[in-house]
Structures are given as C-alpha cells and as structure tokens.
Design a protein around this ligand. Structure first.
Ligand code: SAH
Length: 354
C-alpha cells in the first residue's frame, strides 16, 4: 500500500467516503505524496508523453498561432504570455524560440507560468533559464493585461466529480474503504441542478462528470480577454460532452486501476469542452476542432518537410513518426480537441473555421 493509500484509508475510515474529485486532488497534489508534487512524470522513462515532448513542431505552431493573434489584435505593447500546467516547460521554450523573430513580440511579452508543483517549477526554471518568467499559484493572479494563453493537457488534470443517473436524481461516485482497501461506492440519490442540462441526453444508469474548478478558471480567463484582448487556446482530450467514466490512471505508459496506487500514477479525465465554452461568458469561442485538423491548417506539413530536409536515418524516421503521432486520426489527431476563446470584435484565430 502506498503512503498516500494509508493516509486516505485512515481518513475515510474515520470521517466517511470522499468524492472522486477529493481523491483525485489528493493523488495529484498532496504536498508530500502527490503525483505531480513529487516527480517529473514525462517522457520515455516516465508515465506519459505529451504533444510538446513528442516534437518541437507542436510548440512552434502554437507560438506562431499566438503571435498571429497578437498581430491581428494590433500588437499590444505589453501582454501576459501565460501557460497553466506547463509540465517540463518545453512548450513555452518552443513558443519563445519560434516567436523570437516576430518583431516586438518578445519585448511585449511577460511570461507567466501557473504551476502547482514545486518539483515541476524547478524543472521549468532549468528549462527556461535566461527567460524572464514569473510563476503564479492561480490564474486569478495574472496581471491586468491582454492575455495570450495556451493550456495543453491542463484541464484533464483538474479533479472531476462523477454522477450516476438514477430514477430519483443522481448518485455520486465516492471512494470508500472496504476490508481495509479503497473501493468505489455510490451516495444516495438526490436531484442536482448543475446536471439539469444532462437530463435530455442521459438515461438511468448513465454516468456523467463535472469538473468543478474548470468554469471558474475559464471565467477568469474570459474576463481578462474581454477587458484587454488576447486569446486562449485549449488543447486536451475529451469531447463536446462527457458521457461515461473517463477517469483514468496511467503509470509507465500503461493504464491501471485509478485506486491501485494513489500518488504513484497519473490521474486524468476527459475534458467537457461544452462546459469550457459555456463558462467563457462575454467573449467568443471557436468551433471545437480536432488537434490534427488545427495543426494541418497551421502548416505542420510544411514545417515537417522543412525539418526533414536536415535529417536522415533513425532521426528522420522518428521525426516522421512524431508528425504522424500528433496529427493522425488513429493517434492524437482526433482524440485531442482544440478550442480557442477570443474577444467578440477580434478576427477568428488562425486555423479555426469562421
Ligand atoms: N502542459 C504540459 C504538462 C501537462 S501535465 C505538457 O503538455 O507537457 C499537467 C500539468 O499541470 C503539470 O505541470 C501539473 O503539475 C500541472 N497542474 C496540475 N494541477 C494543477 C493546478 N491545479 N494548478 C496548476 N497546475 C496544475
């Protein structure tokens, strides 16, 4: 049993079952034993790999996307270039490198990383050495400036609650203890106004998820963009609605039972893009667009060909595989979705249909 499993088992035995969201929050960010608090989980030797770790092309295209939005909105002379959940700092490093030659962009940018894990803050500090970067605890701490933000695989790490539809309302999935081991159970049914909009597309027995922190985060982003301009690009796996149990644990690149080793495996859930779009009050949002489609429209194939010219042998093969992995429908191209939030009066961001 992991140290965190012992802590949680004792706590639940003493005070009763906890929500899946509480369980997820403890597993990911417990100060001593949390998954992100204690390690750098990325890459071949870690538990999972993200798009910026697959190829520099991802961050380059995101950087040029943000720079094009900045140009389209009149090149504000000071703005926050922000990233919540920046992992190893690779995406921001690639953004900064790709935008170096956009006149005025780097001088106007104030880089802000919103990161909860002290361990990952240090990894980011090393990766971005030399760049003027500020670390923030919360999105709400961002300065009152135009906001150019990217969030890649950030929202999937936010804790979710799970509810099973019942003839008498909704039953919340909870983590309890049975025979000394963590186990899933269901609360008594009760109506829940926050899920009224799911009464039409679900039937008794169906499971739906809510991410309680996401709407507040999106509202804060939308307030900044509404007041000062900018754009937010969200990239993550999920769909317009969430339906079914999408809580998943990943360890050493393999799925495992989310209750098996709390604090030792990554826990994520699919992102409900409709919930994000609805929280962006007062500003516009694009259509949700598959990652592969967006990257193609932003020019990944031309960039891949240019990089390929300097490569041969195994390096060329892995470059071709990385292009395919980011864009192909059977890999990340369709599972991952993108959505951009932007001011009502601004042009539609590049790569998205009008
Ligand atoms: N964007 C990166 C990493 C994604 S993993 C990439 O694409 O490689 C999720 C990241 O979000 C990690 O950096 C994790 O520490 C951070 N994180 C998780 N919950 C957070 C929270 N509540 N506030 C800020 N950062 C958080």
């Amino acid at each position: 049993m992991t140290a965190l499993a012992q802590i949680l088992t004792r706590r639940i035995a003493a005070t009763g079952p906890i929500t899946v969201a509480d369980y997820m929050a403890e597993c990911l960010l417990h100060p001593e034993h949390g998954y992100y608090s204690t390690r750098d989980p990325f890459g071949a030797g870690g538990d999972f790999t993200t798009a910026p770790e697959i190829s520099q092309m991802f961050g380059e295209l995101v950087g040029l996307f943000l720079a094009q939005c900045w140009l389209d909105q009149g090149q504000p002379s000071a703005f926050a270039l922000a990233e919540p959940g920046p992992g190893r700092g690779t995406l921001m490093a690639d953004i900064l490198r790709a935008t170096r030659h956009v006149p005025g962009f780097a001088d106007a940018a104030q880089v802000h990383l919103i990161e909860a894990s002290p361990t990952l803050r240090q990894v980011q500090r090393d990766r971005l050495a030399g760049a003027p970067v500020t670390w923030l605890d919360r999105i709400a701490d961002l300065p009152d400036l135009p906001l150019y933000l990217v969030a890649n695989e950030f929202f999937d790490a936010l804790p979710i609650r799970q509810f099973q539809r019942d003839p008498n309302g909704w039953r919340e999935r909870q983590v309890g203890v049975q025979d000394g081991a963590l186990t899933l159970g269901l609360s008594a049914p009760a109506p829940l106004a926050a899920l009224d909009h799911r009464l039409d597309d679900t039937k008794p027995g169906d499971l739906v998820e809510l991410c309680p922190a996401a709407p507040g985060i999106v509202q804060t982003i939308a307030e900044r963009i509404g007041a000062h301009g900018g754009v937010a690009l969200v990239i993550d796996y999920g769909d317009w609605h969430s339906l079914g149990d999408t809580l998943q644990a990943q360890r050493a690149h393999k799925p495992e039972d989310p209750l098996a080793s709390p604090g030792q495996a990554d826990l994520t859930a699919h992102v409900d893009f409709q919930a994000l779009a609805q929280a962006a009050t007062g500003i516009a949002h694009t259509e949700m667009t598959p990652q592969g489609v967006l990257l193609e429209r932003l020019g990944i194939t031309a960039r891949a060909q240019a990089l390929a010219e300097k490569l041969s042998g195994p390096a060329l093969e892995s470059h071709i595989a990385a292009h395919r992995r980011l864009t192909h429908p059977s890999e990340m191209g369709t599972l991952f979705k993108t959505l951009a939030l932007y001011p009502n009066q601004a042009p539609c961001p590049p790569g998205f249909a009008q």
